[in-house]
Design a protein around this ligand. Structure first.
Ligand SMILES: [Zn+2]
Length: 76
């Protein structure tokens, strides 16, 4: 992240939850989630994506497990 050039952000992706931008000057990533902005190096964004994908997968597995448990109890 250069201190001599001013950041110039370009939108990479945007939805109702997050807005992801990358600086055309220094390549840093800015991730806006509600009132929170997180600045990351591009490699850190890839690591974050990996962690989010793993967490999402586990969340789905947990919900399936809970659904089957409820079915087993005759609740669902
Ligand atoms: Zn920049």
């Amino acid at each position: 992240m250069s201190s001599t050039k001013r950041c110039r952000h370009i939108t990479l992706a945007k939805n109702h939850v997050a807005h992801i931008e990358q600086c055309a000057e220094c390549a840093c990533i800015s991730m806006h989630v509600g009132p929170l902005t997180v600045r990351l190096e591009p490699k850190a964004m890839e690591e974050l994506l990996s962690a989010l994908a793993e967490a999402t997968k586990k969340t789905h597995l947990l919900s399936y497990t809970q659904a089957f448990t409820e079915i087993g109890k005759g609740v669902a």
